[in-house]
Design a protein around this ligand. Structure first.
Ligand SMILES: NC(=O)c1ccc[n+]([C@@H]2O[C@H](COP(=O)([O-])OP(=O)(O)OC[C@H]3O[C@@H](n4cnc5c(N)ncnc54)[C@H](OP(=O)(O)O)[C@@H]3O)[C@@H](O)[C@H]2O)c1
Length: 291
């Protein structure tokens, strides 16, 4: 019997982690704690909550990338101190911690995909706090921390680029989307299943990239969404990022390499387009009802 604890369990990834564990074969118990049940910035409460578990999946995070620019302390508390609290508690319990991180720990300046051991150089406040979370979690529990970086998430239980594009396309019939940022759209359902496979393979300490295979731009991603809606991809106009002023800078190249999976005998996540097509055709991203 493996005993799992999910923190941030009501978030987009947290909800799909619970579903993946419920669907997976084998003897498992799952404790799913929302922020109301456990605030990971509280070290004593975290220690008590982690006790009695074998695996901790930390899906809790401060994820408001733009708001973090003017609220870095609040983001740091959750993303860095919260991760450290969970790592220390996991060590005390003899549990493995899966610390989800982000492509935004990299600066995006290199042309090739980022390797798992590429130097961290975040360009945003959010990226800095997540990079610090990686460092603190590893330092607090070096033998039992898995850093799993992901990116460009969408899922059934949260707001995301996919849902926003679906709504805007329905409203306007045309979209204008940046075409100079490259990344890997990733379905939380796929990341959750990969997390279970990874743990079932016995991984206890690693840095891995949990993003879809292949790469596109936000523009290419939006075109694929429109195609799935039965629309014409030419309705999506490309623009440079400089046309959209946002508080937090975004890396130009967010593409992550997947070599770490092969070393563990595991396949990386499937191609981003295959995942998107299934997510949209399955109804998991059903368009919100018209107002
Ligand atoms: N979304 C993306 O595109 C993306 C990209 C790269 C990496 N990631 C990483 O992937 C992971 C999952 O992201 P997500 O999109 O599923 O995030 P999400 O939907 O924003 O969920 C995060 C959850 O954490 C909770 N939370 C916030 N502060 C907390 C605290 N102090 N204690 C306990 N829970 C707390 C939030 O609760 P409230 O809603 O009540 O605040 C929310 O339910 C995060 O580590 C994130 O950094 C996400």
């Amino acid at each position: 019997m493996t005993r799992y604890l999910i923190t941030g369990a009501h978030g987009m990834l947290g909800r799909d982690l619970q579903a993946a564990l419920d669907a997976a074969p084998g003897e498992r118990t799952v404790t799913a704690l929302s922020r109301a049940d456990l605030d990971i910035t509280d070290p004593e409460a975290t220690l008590a909550a982690v006790a009695g578990h074998d695996v901790v999946l930390n899906a809790a995070a401060y994820t408001a990338v733009d708001a973090a620019e003017t609220d870095e302390q609040a983001a740091h508390l959750v993303n860095a101190i919260g991760a450290e609290n969970l790592a220390a508690a996991s060590r005390a319990a003899g549990a493995v911690l899966v610390q989800y991180s982000t492509d935004y720990v990299f600066d995006g300046a290199q042309a090739e995909p980022y390797a798992e051991d590429a130097p961290l150089a975040p360009v945003s406040a959010y990226g800095r706090t997540k990079a610090e979370g990686e460092r603190r979690a590893r330092a607090a529990h070096p033998e039992g921390t898995i850093v799993l970086r992901t990116a460009w998430l969408y899922g059934e239980h949260g707001s995301s680029f996919v849902r926003t594009m679906m709504r805007l396309y329905r409203e306007h019939g045309r979209l204008t989307v940046v075409d100079d940022q490259h990344g890997q759209p990733t379905w939380t359902h796929d990341l959750a299943e990969q997390t279970v496979r990874m743990l079932d393979a016995g991984v206890r300490s690693a840095t891995l990239h949990g993003t879809s295979s292949g790469a596109t731009t936000w523009h290419g991603f939006a075109q694929a969404i429109v195609e799935n809606l039965g629309g014409d991809p030419r309705d999506v106009a490309p623009v440079p990022s400089s046309d959209f002023s946002r508080p937090a800078p975004r890396p130009a190249n967010s593409v992550l390499a997947h070599d770490g999976w092969a070393a563990l005998g595991l396949a990386p996540l499937r191609a981003w387009r295959d995942a998107l097509d299934e997510a949209m055709s399955s109804g998991a991203l059903r368009m919100p009802a018209a107002d």
